[in-house]
Design a binder for this molecule. Structure first.
Ligand code: PMP
Length: 427
């Protein structure tokens, strides 16, 4: 049993000592005290099916014993900065991680977060090309430091920083975008930005391969091959942000970019990489990696032994427990059931995504696609009361995000859909 402070006491401390910008998802905030695989438990011992996975940060399952074990073992031996001496944890994990990537993507830089990974990727692109211009997508999210905030394409997440050199392209959003599912038409906008908004040369194009924060938006088919071609012709490099879509989540592939049949020049990752432990990485080619030898490059904790030991355990669990296969199987089953729900409820405007990265967009009018913001909040809150946690996102806050740990089962999927069905039937 839990003997710690109550939700009320924690809320009071948060109010006094933590950032006033913190928010919580539910009317009655959830005090989570334990996690086990795809389940979370609150201070009263109530179990919740976790279909959000701490924003896709947990891939193996909460407190997966193999990952916990790796962390404890390494913590007892040594935890320090990665920079000064040799240690096998970082080297072993780098080797294992590189083996999951195609082509020349072999050199790994570890960071502590997704923001740091994208900042580093953007800087490397600028160093490598000698150009400043970055093209990113409207509705994308890449982090909250100055460079990544510039690349982020949503006013919701942007503070008023100097945003130098960033151009935001039309979002290839099959549901809301002007060209529907025609990826090549959207790609033309990137070529236009290069032709009319830059000298003709650019540093990089950066995008998620499935937008997470933006409301689980799969890029229209054919988009990335066309854009990567334009970027290459303009002397730039392509950066795939796999912070949410990587690590087997999409089921069909290990990385999101593979579903578009492209190979980026730089891949960034975080979240699932450590199953909840703070860790991020940039993987690139030897040719690009060499730019960081021009000065001293230093990251105190990036790739420290404890986090990299966790990362290696994560890769082993994904393999041992066939989590990619499970993401495909359970994800497809869940998507089919959600599609069937769409036929039942007018409010469901769109069901999308792949594997265990699914989105459900709620609208009050299917023709106008009017965002059903209040209804989204209501359903989310009621589902929590029934014992199911889901996320929400999208520019209008009207898209459910379903990104559970990859050990999610068909029974969990049924419970999720039945709960949503029950709540919607009462609206
Ligand atoms: N890229 C993507 C696609 C993300 O979803 C996020 C976090 N939501 C980030 C980058 C930034 O990661 P972090 O919060 O670890 O800095």
């Amino acid at each position: 049993p839990y003997n710690g402070p109550s939700a009320g006491e924690i809320l009071a401390k948060r109010k006094d000592y933590l950032s006033p910008s913190l928010f919580h998802l539910y009317k009655k905030p959830l005090n989570v005290v334990d996690g086990k695989m795809q389940y979370l438990f609150d201070d009263e011992g109530r179990r919740y099916v976790d279909a959000f996975g701490g924003i896709a940060t947990v891939c193996c399952g909460h407190c997966h014993p193999d990952v916990v074990d790796a962390i404890i073992k390494q913590t007892k031996r040594l935890q320090h900065s990665t920079v000064l001496y040799l240690n096998s944890a970082i080297a072993d994990f780098a080797e294992a991680l590189a083996s999951k990537l195609p082509g020349d993507l072999k050199v790994v830089f570890f960071t502590n977060s997704g923001t740091e990974a994208n900042e580093l990727a953007i800087m490397m692109a600028r160093l490598y090309t000698g150009c400043q211009d970055i093209i990113s997508l409207r509705n994308g999210y890449h982090g909250n430091a100055t460079g990544t905030m510039g690349a982020t394409g949503q006013s919701i997440w942007k503070f008023n920083v100097v945003q130098s050199g960033v151009h935001h392209a039309l979002n290839p959003d099959p549901y809301r975008g002007v060209f529907g599912s025609d990826g090549e038409k959207y790609a033309k906008d990137v070529q236009d930005l290069i032709d009319f908004g830059t000298s003709g040369n650019v540093a990089a194009f950066i995008s998620e391969t499935i937008q997470g924060v933006g409301g689980i938006v799969e890029l229209a088919p054919g988009y990335l091959p066309a854009v990567y071609g334009s970027i290459k012709n303009a002397g730039g490099i392509s950066i795939a942000d796999e912070v949410q879509s990587g690590f087997a989540r999409t089921g069909s592939h290990f990385w999101g970019f593979e579903s578009q049949g492209v190979v980026p020049d730089i891949v960034t990752m975080a979240k699932s990489i450590g199953n909840g432990i703070p860790l991020g990485a940039v993987v690139t080619t030897p040719k690009i990696a060499v730019v960081l030898t021009r000065r001293s490059y230093f990251n105190t904790f990036g790739g420290n032994p404890v986090c990299t030991a966790a990362g290696l355990a994560v890769l082993r669990v994904i393999e041992k427990e066939n989590l990619q296969e499970n993401a495909l199987l359970v994800g497809s089953y869940l998507k089919d059931r959600l599609m069937a729900m769409k036929n039942k409820y007018e409010i469901i405007g769109d069901v999308r995504g792949r594997g265990l990265m699914l989105g459900i967009e709620l609208v009050t009018d299917r023709q106008e696609k009017t965002p059903a913001k209040a209804e989204t909040l209501h359903v989310m809150d009621q589902m929590k009361e029934l014992g199911v946690l889901i996320g929400k996102g999208g520019f209008y806050g009207n898209v459910f995000r379903i990104t559970p740990p990859l050990c999610f089962t068909k029974e969990d999927a049924d419970f999720l859909v039945d709960s949503m069905d029950y709540v919607m039937s009462r609206m």
